[in-house]
Design a protein around this ligand. Structure first.
Ligand code: IYR
Length: 227
């Protein structure tokens, strides 16, 4: 028999009893996770080697564990393997990026990006075995009509963070690619207008000769304030 609930509830609640680790064990796990996350880099040079569908499924299962506003889980992940669709995405993304890089009125933005040595060529969108596009559900669509969604950006952002971590854990690389605007993805991937394209994730193994910009992470005292 299950123990009676210690509190009165109007809705179903269930016991939650995660393992309580000894402090030293928790810190060791935290250190290991930090070192693992710190070894991740955004990649723009990919291998065409295949990645099993199961890996994409596992990454989306991980993303799908994210906390979300009112538990509305306002995300959809579209996994693209079809070479024709990938090529359509590449051509449309490159058209937007060309316009972005040719804009003369945003020199500061271009300056901030220069150390990444990016340009309008997005050949990796053809090379990778998968492109996953995260969509944010601006509102829900139910039989009764539109349901307002709360904290959509925060929720989808957290889900995407977990997604990136899951890929890295499987030895896969990705990039948070955000061509601007991204409306073309709604069309190419046949998504409803209730969804907004959020991030394009090219996914694969890094190329054998992959390089990344020599960047460092900001020191902890700039990331963390104690009071
Ligand atoms: N979307 C462009 C430009 C770009 C913007 C940011 I913010 C970056 O961190 C990197 C690139 C591109 O993908 O080239």
């Amino acid at each position: 028999m299950t123990a009676p609930s210690p509190r009165p509830h109007a809705h179903p609640f269930v016991p939650y009893r995660p393992e309580r680790l000894p402090v030293a064990d928790g810190l060791r796990r935290g250190q290991e996770l930090f070192e693992h996350l710190d070894s991740r880099r955004s990649v723009r040079f990919f291998s065409p080697d295949p990645v099993p569908r199961e890996a994409i499924e596992l990454a989306v299962r991980s993303a799908n564990t994210a906390p979300s506003g009112a538990h509305q889980q306002p995300w959809t992940f579209v996994a693209v393997q079809d070479p024709g669709l990938k090529h359509q995405i590449r051509l449309a993304a490159e058209a937007e990026e060309k316009a972005f890089y040719e804009r003369a009125d945003i020199p500061q933005w271009h300056g901030a990006l220069s150390q990444l040595e990016t340009d309008a060529n997005k050949d990796y969108l053809d090379v990778v075995p998968w492109i996953v596009v995260a969509f944010a559900q601006k509102y829900g669509v139910t039989g009764a009509g539109r349901q307002k969604h709360y904290y959509v950006n925060e929720s989808v952002g957290i889900a995407c963070g977990l997604f990136i971590n899951a890929l890295h854990t499987m030895g896969l690389a990705t990039l948070t690619h955000t061509p601007n605007p991204m409306g073309f993805l709604t069309k190419i991937l046949d998504r409803p207008t209730s969804e907004r394209p959020y991030i394009v994730f090219p996914i694969g193994y890094p190329a054998a000769d992959c390089e990344v910009p020599d960047l460092t992470r900001k020191p902890l005292d700039e990331a963390l304030i104690w009071r």
